[in-house]
Design a protein around this ligand. Structure first.
Ligand code: PLP
Length: 377
């Protein structure tokens, strides 16, 4: 089966991990801080906190911004469940903003309408979590302006978008957000096995992210509330979690990072081949002018009544298609009355993700293109 996405591991990656396995530090060694520095330098952001998944990073991001019971967090319904669950872990309510059907990202006009209503009803969100769907950034400068007007914080769920750009800056620089989160799950842009990172330009948020990801414990004398002479003293200052990334995983991430630009380019070439072959024949997501997508996913939109047959036809031909995503609020665990999102409902009935990953060769891609065209007619 040709998968919809897959990782690529080099001999150098393997050697780097083996070096850690032979070292005294399997966890909390030098690779974790090097990895944090390398990613934050790459995206040009001040601080990075590496954790064991993007889900954990989203959770500590919510905690660092003070999300708690009684608060509301808004996100996109066209995402993985973790983008919404992070707020629920904190006891907050979630609601959803409909998408722009052309990009799959939240629609800023819908958002503004919802903000106007929520302001009247005094239920404005504390945090909004935009998701850069498929690797293409949301309209962050507009969102940032709205955040100042309506007084909410922004966590970018950039799990798809490492290596992508918005207004000629790397996604993750946090120019228009408080915190950005990346995922290093194997299907994402680079991998640590499991892993994630939260980035910020605020020293205060950075300190909170560090604490919440490490049991709420600090060993830094400058940060401590008590003055204690004992050299072994450490201090728990809040209820945190063990979300630490192991050095083994960080070493893999560090090694993978050197391929990132090459992989983003490869994904963009593959995407351009699809776009050329499908133009006028198959509907695709729109590329916006202000962003460079990292093309984590390549989504086609097919007639609603043909989607299941096309999906099955692809599988039968050995093409591992996927669907991104079932609207989150349709999951049985989501039981509240949510804001209706007609665009995401329609989008969900049309979408199929077809294979895209850096090592997808020309011949395989031609086979996929021909199969899609055959099935759609
Ligand atoms: C993959 C993904 C996550 C979760 O990432 P993990 O590292 O697996 O926890 C969150 N949000 C989005 C949009 C994702 O695609």
């Amino acid at each position: 089966m040709i998968p919809y996405g897959k990782q690529q591991i080099s001999i150098e990656d393997i050697d780097r991990v083996i070096t850690v396995l032979k070292s005294p530090w399997l966890t909390q060694g030098p690779n974790v801080s090097q990895f944090e520095k390398a990613i934050s330098t790459y995206v040009n952001c001040q601080y990075g906190v590496a954790v064991n998944s993007a889900t954990s990073a989203l959770h500590i991001a919510c905690l660092a911004l003070g999300v708690q019971a009684g608060d509301t967090v808004w996100t996109s319904p066209n995402t993985f469940v973790a983008s919404a669950n992070c707020a629920r872990y904190c006891g907050a309510n979630v609601d959803f903003i409909d998408i722009d059907i052309n990009t799959g990202n939240i629609c800023l006009r819908s958002l503004e309408k919802q903000l106007i209503i929520a302001e009247k009803e005094q239920r404005l969100p504390k945090v909004i979590i935009p998701v850069h769907f498929a690797g293409q950034s949301c309209d962050m400068s507009t969102l940032w302006k709205l955040s100042k007007e309506y007084n909410f914080k922004i966590i970018e769920d950039a799990s798809h978008a490492l290596g992508g750009e918005y207004l000629n800056k790397k996604v993750g620089c946090c120019q228009f957000s408080d915190i950005t989160v990346f995922s290093f799950h194997p299907v994402k842009m680079i991998t640590t096995g499991e892993g994630g990172m939260a980035l910020t330009n605020s020293e205060c948020l950075y300190n909170k992210l560090k604490l919440f990801g490490n049991h709420g414990i600090t060993k830094d004398p400058q940060m401590m509330k008590k003055t204690v002479e004992e050299p072994w003293y450490y201090e728990q200052q809040c209820l945190g979690y063990n979300y630490r990334l192991a050095d083994i995983n960080a070493a893999l991430g560090l090694s993978q990072l050197k391929y990132l630009d090459e992989w983003v380019n490869a994904r963009n070439s593959i995407a351009q081949q699809y776009i050329k072959a499908f133009k006028g024949k198959v509907e695709m997501l729109e590329e916006t002018k202000c962003s460079l997508s990292s093309f984590h996913l390549f989504v086609i939109k097919v007639p609603v009544d043909k989607r299941l047959a096309i999906f099955k036809g692809l599988k039968k031909a050995g093409i591992g298609a996927q669907v991104h995503y079932i609207p989150v609020y349709n999951q049985p665990d989501f039981t509240d009355d949510y804001n209706p999102c007609p665009n995401v409902e329609l989008y969900y009935k049309q979408c199929i993700s077809i294979p895209i990953y850096p090592s997808l060769d020309n011949e395989t891609q031609t086979f996929i293109i021909n199969k899609v065209l055959e099935l759609i007619n």
